[in-house]
Design a protein around this ligand. Structure first.
Ligand SMILES: [Zn+2]
Length: 444
């Protein structure tokens, strides 16, 4: 098979560019609902994983849960010739930091890094949360299985590590269990700061929070729908960038939105049975998630989650009231669905980590001219570039043209005013970088 691909590449590289990478289909198939069920069950059986819960017991509380997760990552690593760097990343959060921190507490994240061969300092991240809660956010003793919120995301992250650790990638992949989410996004804050302090180049964070519920309070049951939340523009953009946007556009084209479009496209291509819904907002109305602290620092990041939520099964004391069974218990999790969303993550992590770096200094020109023009700084390992454009009202990049290994191009007859544009780098293997929206304007 490998030889056939090599031959094709030599003779007709353009044909290869339009072929799917069959390894991506393999990855979809390799994800196991049984293993995800087993891991969600183990996590739910720690009784509570509240951030302020017991850290000493071997069977109950957040301490037992994080030691188990670390041990799982280490087992996965020993199965791939120690391909994962596994460690705790922790921050001390002081009592009174907010009303949900009633004691000093170490917020401990569990990290596993699969180092990229070509771009070790570029990272794509998949996250789930370790911690859980019941009705009272400060109740750290009652049973709080958090089977869907968010053992599902944590189990998916472990399973993605199991599958992808069998492959080699050009950029690094991080699998991380974050803690302190329910108390105020503390684990994400700590880990995002850690990434910044270490000058990591973050290609994107795929934050998974609740990926196991298929029947919603809206009365809809679907094992195909899921949501990708992304904020419109960088939260920490400068005033100058904000002003420039009024004239050059970009209101719906921030870096997190491009990541969302990338995930949408990959899913449509390799898992066409799924229905990814791009939601043009940071998160659900007035609610938060662990991608936000990364976005706060200017890193691209999205939230991936079920489309139909059931609020009687989130953040609830386990009880029965008026015939309704409240509580985030195992019985409500659809493991086959969690498997599908895990596969969505895995194929996107792989596609991003196999792609060459995106072009830089992407500039657009063509004001009062008949054609749109582009210039960019080449990516170190791209074999060529693809210009994308779309109608200004379209959510997806509907038109594209492969332009070869050049660093400028003119799209004849395409008027700059009537479309939005972006550029991706294309690798030898056909994988494409996340699309870059032009960040400079030139006149000639
Ligand atoms: Zn929650």
């Amino acid at each position: 098979m490998h030889r056939i691909i090599t031959t094709l590449l030599l003779i007709t590289p353009l044909v290869l560019l339009s072929q799917n990478d069959t390894r991506i289909y393999d990855i979809v198939k390799e994800v196991s609902a049984e293993r995800i069920e087993k891991d969600i069950t183990t996590l739910a059986n720690f009784g509570t994983r509240h951030t302020l819960s017991d850290t000493v017991s071997a069977t109950r509380g957040i301490g037992a849960a994080r030691r188990w997760i670390k041990n799982e990552f280490e087992k996965i690593s020993s199965d791939c010739n120690n391909c994962l760097e596994v460690f705790y990343q922790k921050n001390l959060v002081s009592k009174g930091e907010n009303e949900r921190i009633v004691n000093d507490v170490w917020v401990v994240n569990v990290v596993a890094i699969q180092r990229g061969s070509r771009y070790p300092n570029k990272y794509v991240i998949m996250s789930g949360d370790i911690d859980s809660r019941v009705s009272d956010p400060n109740n750290f003793t009652s049973d709080s299985p958090g089977a869907n919120d968010n053992a599902s995301g944590m189990a998916g992250t472990l399973e993605a590590a199991r599958i992808l650790s069998k492959y080699n990638f050009e950029s690094s992949i991080i699998y991380v269990g974050l803690s302190g989410e329910e108390q105020g996004l503390f684990g994400g804050k700590g880990f995002a700061n850690y990434a910044k302090e270490n000058s990591w180049e973050i290609l994107g964070i795929l934050n998974n929070d609740m990926i196991g519920n298929t029947s919603g309070v809206d009365g809809v049951t679907s094992n195909r729908d899921f949501r990708i939340f992304s904020e419109p523009v960088r939260a920490n953009e400068t005033e100058q960038e904000r002003k420039a946007r009024r004239f050059y556009g970009g209101e719906v084209d921030g870096i997190s939105r491009q990541l969302a479009r990338f995930i949408h496209k990959t899913t449509k291509e390799y898992m066409p049975e799924m229905n990814p819904m791009m939601i043009y907002r940071l998160d659900r109305f007035g609610r938060g998630g662990h991608h936000r602290p990364f976005n706060d620092l200017g890193f691209p990041g999205v939230r991936i989650m079920e489309a139909h939520e059931n609020y009687t099964q989130q953040h609830q004391d386990i009880r029965e009231e008026n015939g309704i069974a409240y509580g985030d218990v195992l019985e409500h999790v659809n493991f086959e669905y969690a498997k599908k969303l895990t596969a969505v993550n895995a194929i996107n992590l792989a596609s991003i980590a196999w792609a060459p770096p995106a072009p830089e200094n992407v500039a657009i020109g063509g004001i009062v001219q008949a054609s749109a023009k582009f210039k960019w700084t080449k990516s170190p390992t791209a074999k060529g570039y693809k210009i994308y454009w779309r109608d200004t009202t379209s959510p997806t990049w509907d038109y594209s043209r492969y332009v070869g290994d050049v660093d400028s191009v003119t799209l004849d007859g395409i008027v700059i005013d009537n479309y939005f544009f972006g550029i991706a780098a294309v690798g030898e293997n056909g994988h494409e970088s996340i699309i870059v929206f032009p960040n400079k304007v030139f006149r000639d």
